[in-house]
Design a protein around this ligand. Sequence first.
Ligand code: GSH
Length: 209
Amino acid sequence: MKLFTYWRSSSSWRVRIALEYKGLDYEYIPVHLVNAGGEQHQIEHLAKNAMAQIPVLEVGDVYISQSMAIFEYLEEMFPEPSLLPEDPVMRAYTRQLAEIVNSGIQPLQNLSVIQRLKSMDIDPKPWCQHFIRMGLLAYQDLSKACGGQFSCGDAVTWADACLIPQLYNARRFELDFSEFEYLSAIEEKLSALEPFINAHASRQPDAVQ
Ligand SMILES: N[C@@H](CCC(=O)N[C@@H](CS)C(=O)NCC(=O)O)C(=O)O
């Protein structure tokens, strides 16, 4: 498998965590989101993902984009170790948490949105801070209700894979972390796990320190 990715792309980082957690080998193909106007806009990349985004997972002659679709594919092809709880309600909560990040936070603070806001003379920082804060507060409430040492119970799930890169982005946008003590405690536990260490932005070959 090949993963088209960028070191601090949060959606790609989620997929790296899933691949690492399942112990799957993959080739890391960097796509620079800024250089040369953004390599995601080049024709070769658009043929893989018409949304001009990463991640894209190449499997044989197939290209899969959208991190949630990639999560599903990996879970179906490589069910063990699973990143979904057994219990249907906890599964639903895991998906709910993942979607809070995937559709409730990340798209509103994505690079293309920031670039668009800037082109309209709008400061993107308070905009991004607002949506990240609202989403993380909702995430935190649901996570508390789920109980356990991680986002949704005592086993690592898709939700955790979404949470870690989103907290990294929250720091980039200088959110006040005193509101997220519960999530910070989860983050500390996850950050000690090998798949999370290996998938971290700073450990990637294209990382800028
Ligand atoms: N829902 C998509 C989001 C993908 C996405 O927004 N990727 C970002 C990086 S995290 C991207 O490629 N941005 C490029 C741009 O905005 O130009 C997914 O989960 O894969």
